[in-house]
Design a protein around this ligand. Sequence first.
Ligand code: ADP
Ligand code: ZN
Length: 772
Amino acid sequence: MYAKIIVDISHHEVNQLFDYIIPSAMEGFLEKGSRVYVPFGAQKRLGFVMEITDKSDEATKEIISCLDIVPTLDDEHFLMIEHLKLQGPSLYHELLKTVINPELFITYSKEVYAKDLTLIDEELRPFFNRKNIWKLKTKDQIYQHKLARLKRLKIIEIRTITKQKSDVKTETYYTFNQLHTYPRMNQYEHIKDLFHHHQECSKKALLEQGISSSTLNTLTKHHVLIPHEREVFRDPKHIFHELEKKITLTHEQEDAVAKIESSLDLRKTFLLKGITGSGKTEVYIEAIKKVIHNNQQVLLLVPEITLIAPMLQRLQPHVLNLFTYHSGLSKGERFDQYRQIQKSETCVVVGTRSAIFLNMEHLGLIIMDEEHDESYQQTEGVMYHARDIAKLRAEYHHMPLILGSATPSIMSMYLSEQKTYELLELTKRPFELQLPFVHYVDMKEELKQKNTTIFSRKLLSSILDRLEKKEQVMLLYNRKGYAPFVMCRSCGEVPKCPHCDISLTYYKEKDILKCHYCGYEKPFSKTCDECQEDKVKEVGVGIEYIESTLKKAIPHARILRLDQNVTKTKHSHEKIWHTFATEQADILLGTQMIAKGLDFPKVTLMGILMADLSLKVPSYHASEKTYMLLSQASGRSGRFLPGETIIQGYNLSHFAIQAVDKPYETFYKEALYERKIQDIEPFKKTAQILIQDQGFLKAYQTAFLLKKKLQALGIMILGPSLALIKRLKDMHRFTITLKYQQINPKEVFDTIDVLKKQTSVDIRFYPIIDLV
Ligand code: ADP
Ligand code: ZN
């Protein structure tokens, strides 16, 4: 027999399955998904068995050894890999790295636990120790079939024990030996007293009590104290306090909960569409309680790290085993969260996008909050949408998926109209609280009235009013940095990156100009390169500028800023949220990071500056993105007290902006119509291919050639056209757009591959448009 194997090397030269001979000793138990060691060149390499076959023309070498009793990759992993393969050409190894949690790339072993040994085959019983545990060794693989059967019958449990010593943190604990014979113990009565109430004390606690290390060493030496190492988990520290709310669900909430609860063992997708502040989170909590009660696990995804801490705070009173999994954790914390999740039959994990691949054997429910959010789409490397993976997993585990949003994605709304999803609606805020009243302020008018500042008179007076009433204000300005670019006021020259077709961004703090794409930077100079006049000045404003203007305008206000720059350090998300939530600040100014999900009862005013900014970004989905951003932002206001929203801008007539104070359906109809005209999803599927080269002509010709080849496959192709960024890192860039009902992705990828090899032009496939 032979095995097709992926070798643990990330390189396109070895991006293929390699055939190996299965040695006769392994035949019969080596399974698909197992990790093995194989000879590779002169090396011994880790590999993953992807397939077992009885024919091979290539295999010449034998597998050296197998590392797994139970395969590392199970059927669920293979399902996910198959899905990812259709999203774009990826290296096999990268696919594995996406679906297998990094924690499993380290060495680990398995142990078998049996509740009742009498149910175990007689032949196997001697392997179990007194605690009914059998630590599996590689040679035990011959029992694999028997173990698999016992596992299916739920007679045994097979547990994963992660072994990396350096990563498992331990602490020293001491017990007191009553039978000691140390004669000088009368000097240490106080220590004896300490152990009077506790069976054991940690070294840390003893040191904190003022007992010296040398005392501990002496007593250990004389066998008075018996030390032992105990495994401890590094839990991420949280600064919030438990918040217990007594809530009686509204009828709408009850209805939604009942429908979910009656479907907990069905493969079903719910779209929970509830206006901002209508209590979707309370519905999640009820559903979660039920799943936990059934001894299962729940995975809850949020789109931003900022939303993790508030969600944990809401869940804490209801959930005992509550964990998180996201990139804001240190490696050690993440590793320990992982191990605890694997140990907990019932638990809830709150995570961001990448947590969708988290290994959870007893999964009973996935919830995706703010399902419309674009951050659920992975846009680099192996590309995927967390929602698609969630659907796959829900199918696999025979469980429901809940998608929640006040502004569902067009696709999800469409699918719920088609009855593919079951729609659950919350149309009211509790206590009959109205959605905030929305004022539109035209800044052109302000200018006419001689107000040249960035704050309209209406906004400024409203902020002052809230400060007086001790209420809170949020301000959204969706642009990072200080000033996006600089321009010569004399000749109009805008300094650009020498490698990219992009104007350089100005960073006031460092006084430099920097390219956002390639990182090129140079010192800022007032002297224009073109006309030599000292007239180069910043144009437009960034959030840092708004912050400084706001401080000048309202010196007594306590202002907090939340954007990517201030959240680079660990736990800073949680600190800023907590500071504002505990009313230690009056105004929270931020980018789109503050627009979603957050629930601050004291906020009664949301101010949106330059609301038309995001419409100017060239994108197929500009109006959708704008509407969702503004509606979500507006929804932060008036969640407990009556509130208002002020939308400022220069051109507010666009439907995406005008729809903010209207029901979602108003927007949805328009957006769907727009898509119908463009003939894109949900009517046709689309994808995009980027073709780039240092030579302009070569890039264009290759793009054209690719178009012809794909057309020959019967696919409708638009382009080639220049990419939005025409030149990047010295490469000229063209795109072609694919439109289709159905394609065979492999055919497309193969075509790209052949052309890439022939021309050595860089060609990249993107499963959705708008990424290039
Ligand atoms: P959403 O997730 O839909 O934006 P939340 O679940 O955050 O809404 O609810 C908004 C606020 O209203 C929260 O502070 C929540 O505790 C409160 N709330 C939700 N449902 C109820 C209810 N039935 N009774 C009282 N308060 C509620
Ligand atoms: Zn550049």
